[in-house]
Design a protein around this ligand. Structure first.
Ligand code: IPE
Ligand code: IPE
Ligand code: MG
Length: 238
């Protein structure tokens, strides 16, 4: 990936675990297990490339409506992933953050998350955000409530003030949002933050998403011109 511009913030919607499993005659939970391995590899690859912020959509607020057993397995996989990876995250200089309400999560999951966040809080190479129990609309509502609680005047409610109350406070907006599995939607992901993100969709199911697939997405991003409302002529003259 020489001479390629590496985006500062990549956000991924890791989708297609269930269909990957079905294709193989396996249970959905086997798909989630395989998906965890993909996540591990993608985290390390992003860290090596020099991505500063990686956000993984791990569990949406709407995902609570899935069968109880599936939800249980997803949280078990998450806790064992964090327990196993804590040392490696620290060694790689990766700081863990959670985007989403921790208090609504099962106690053991909460404990492991808090522990790993504490252990990695001084790491500076990359921030790994896990969007967990996440809802983009909830993110926005929470920020609005926080500003109201602070009693800000209407004029003081700027984009910056608003962004500072989101789960992603202090982090840049995603440059690139990747969704696997062929679905063409955001599913309530980073709604405020994605205003000018480049979107990349691939048919590859998440368990099959390799580092090469990630490189492909970054290469494609490098061919795009991000205009932020300007004309290409204006940008050429800059
Ligand atoms: C993504 O894969 C994992 C989560 C949403 C937790 P899915 O489980 O949504 O897989 P499909 O979409 O059913 O194939
Ligand atoms: C989005 O995937 C959430 C995660 C990847 C964690 P879903 O599979 O839940 O999204 P929909 O329901 O197909 O939109
Ligand atoms: Mg899905």
């Amino acid at each position: 990936m020489n001479s390629t511009h590496i985006p500062a913030h990549i956000a991924i919607i890791m989708d297609g675990n269930g269909r990957w499993a079905k294709q193989r005659g396996l249970k959905r939970t086997e798909g989630h297990k395989a998906g965890t391995e993909t996540a591990r590899a993608v985290v390390t690859h992003c860290r090596k490339l020099g991505v500063k912020h990686l956000t993984l959509y791990t569990f949406s607020k709407e995902n609570w409506s899935r069968p109880k057993d599936e939800v249980k397995t997803l949280f078990e996989l998450l806790t064992s992933f964090l327990t196993k990876e804590e040392k490696s995250l620290k060694e790689q200089g990766i700081r863990l953050k959670v985007l989403g309400e921790l208090d609504d999560m099962p106690l053991t999951v909460r404990q492991v998350l808090k522990h790993t966040m504490r252990k990695t809080k001084d790491c500076t190479a990359m921030t790994l955000n896990l969007a967990l129990n996440y809802s983009g609309r909830e993110d926005i509502l929470r920020a609005a409530r926080a500003l109201a609680t602070k009693g800000l005047s209407p004029e003081a409610i700027t984009e910056e003030a608003f962004a500072n109350e989101l789960w992603t406070a202090g982090q840049p907006d995603p440059d690139l949002i990747i969704r696997t599995s062929g679905e063409l939607r955001l599913s309530n992901y980073l709604l405020f933050q994605s205003a000018y993100s480049e979107l990349y969709f691939t048919d590859v199911y998440w368990p099959n998403f390799t580092s090469e697939e990630l490189d492909k997405a970054i290469t494609e991003l490098n061919t795009r011109q991000r205009r932020f409302g300007k004309t290409s002529d204006q940008l050429a003259g800059q």
